[in-house]
Design a protein around this ligand. Sequence first.
Ligand code: C5P
Length: 237
Amino acid sequence: PASAVVVLAAGSGSRVGAHRDGTPVNKVLLPLLDAPVLAHSVRTALATPGVRRVVVVARPGEEAQVTEALVPHLPADDAAPEVALVTGGATRHASEWAALQVLVPWVAAGEVEVVAIHDGARPLGSVALFSAVLAAAAERGGALPGVPLAGVVTADGQAGPSGLVAVQTPQAFRADVLLAAYDRAAREGFEGTDTASCVEAMAEGVRIAAVPSTSRNLKVTFPEDVALADRLLRHAP
Ligand code: C5P
């Protein structure tokens, strides 16, 4: 489908505990193999068939650093999708909202039918995973990657395999559904913890399909995650 991808990079990433000259460094800017964490995420979005537009959301004041981290790693190819940079907000939801405003004219013109929202801190999402999620969203209304949780114990004391899934990103939705859900959220002052939780609450009746994923699509949260991501990147899936 004709798609746009939002890559979120406006978190503080403070749990990673990285510092430069005494100030905390956003985890998405940490080096990983040949490029910063965020550049891996953006490159995958750009390489996914059907993606026409990528919107990167930077923390207020970090716009120049984010541009510097990305530009050397973007495809030189003129046919590559456009990358826009916007300034995010205090919460993940506010950052998503900022990016969606950029996409409104594209959606209105019919040039973007499906929008995926991805954590910039997930550098190992594959083109195959992006493609599967975008295709499922076009067909079903919404889709997200899920990893079955085996061996967990649920709140009611049942042992797994449980039918529980760990939810990842990219999470994709039909653009009209997503924009309507976020407009309603803005009117009602609602914020979800992730994109799917907002759409579920604000766009009743939308079906969100789970696309099988694996723990390889990890989110860099703690310092040791960067080393793990590095090892995984060196090994083909
Ligand atoms: O902090 P956490 O890892 O849960 O954040 C998930 C993603 O959301 C990260 O890629 C982070 O940069 C992004 N985020 C954002 N704006 C915020 C908070 C988080 O773009 N205000």
